[in-house]
Design a protein around this ligand. Structure first.
Ligand code: NDP
Length: 290
């Protein structure tokens, strides 16, 4: 594989973020208030703290105002819902993101349901999900949307192609499959009960791996000429981040492949900025700027 086969998520994400920054700058120059993004972090999970910090930095650079709520791990369901309600009613807040996973005693679905669908920049609210599944996307979850933008920016033609999504979570696998379907792929979704995974992935033109198992997909799973999108983020005992794809084995055969880190991760953050900018545009009734 040559270097040109590497799908540069980091570079494309920077491009998207710069576009958002310019849009925000333009709106503020026109006299609008800046977009506001509220992040809610419950407890002190180190990985979640890093993710939220990275989102804050990206927002700040784009000219988006951060509203951050840090809540104790033992907060009650009612206490958390009250915070969400306050953010729903805060006019300066355009997007609300509750960092998942939440501590076990909290009902994630109820928290997601409580977010105003107009501020659902994570795209997890049932209203956003049903819009996506009906083929009329509203707010699209950031990670799968980021994968689609990556494929598009890399000039990969999806029309009529066989796509295999490994993983069927609400956050990545399912919305990813629907986006690929919307792009006219023939889509197969694989999961932990799939028999002979390789027999599916080897037939694919595009494989999206969203499993959460370090380097699970090898050159036994991937055929020559396949585009591989690795969503997985797995921290090894050596502290290094690895994807769900064995990069060393797969990159020589893949037509194109995302690295970990530097692939899908940066795209997720860029799409959060994009969704926040979109929420701001809609809430302020700003006309289409494109
Ligand atoms: P989940 O744990 O919610 O889902 C994992 C999916 O993988 C499930 O559908 C599961 O199947 C399937 N699976 C598990 N084992 C196997 C197997 N042996 N063969 C085939 N399928 C299997 O994870 P998420 O979707 O939330 O995340 C997936 C990965 O993506 C994680 O590494 C996560 O850290 C990463 N991630 C990265 C993001 C980014 O920005 N780059 C953002 C979000 C997630 P079943 O349904 O049958 O249990």
């Amino acid at each position: 594989m040559t270097e040109s086969n590497l799908l540069d998520g980091k570079g494309i994400a920077l491009k998207v973020r710069e576009q958002v920054r310019q849009q925000v700058e333009k709106r503020v120059a026109q006299g609008h208030r800046a977009p506001g993004l509220a992040t809610v972090l419950v407890g002190e999970d180190p990985a979640s703290q890093v993710y939220v910090r990275n989102k804050h930095r990206a927002a700040e650079k784009a000219g988006i105002v951060n509203f951050h709520k840090e809540l104790p791990a033992d907060i009650s369901q009612q206490g958390l819902l009250q915070v969400i309600d306050e953010l729903n009613n805060d006019d300066a807040v355009d997007g609300i993101l509750c960092q998942l996973p939440l501590p076990k005693h909290l009902d994630e679905d109820a928290v997601i349901m409580a977010i105003d669908p107009q501020k659902d920049v994570d795209g997890f609210h049932p209203q956003s999900t049903s819009a996506l599944y009906q083929g009329k996307p509203n707010f699209v979850p950031c990670t799968p949307k980021g994968c689609m933008v990556l494929l598009d920016e890399a000039g990969i033609d999806l029309n009529g192609k066989n796509a295999v999504v490994v993983g069927r979570s609400h956050i990545v696998g399912k919305p990813m499959a629907h986006l690929l379907l919307g792009a006219n792929c023939t889509v197969t979704i694989c999961h932990s009960r799939t028999q002979d995974l390789a027999s599916h992935t080897r037939k694919a033109d595009v494989v999206v791996a969203a499993v959460g198992r370090s380097e699970m997909l090898t050159d036994e799973h991937i055929s020559e000429g396949t585009v591989v999108i690795d969503v997985g983020i797995n921290r090894g005992e050596d502290g290094k981040l690895r994807g769900d794809v064995d990069f060393a084995k797969v990159s020589p055969v893949a037509k194109a492949i995302t690295p970990v880190p530097g692939g899908v991760g940066p795209m997720t953050i860029a799409m959060l900025m994009y969704n926040t900018c979109l929420a701001h545009q809609r809430r302020l009734g700003i006309e289409d700027e494109s």
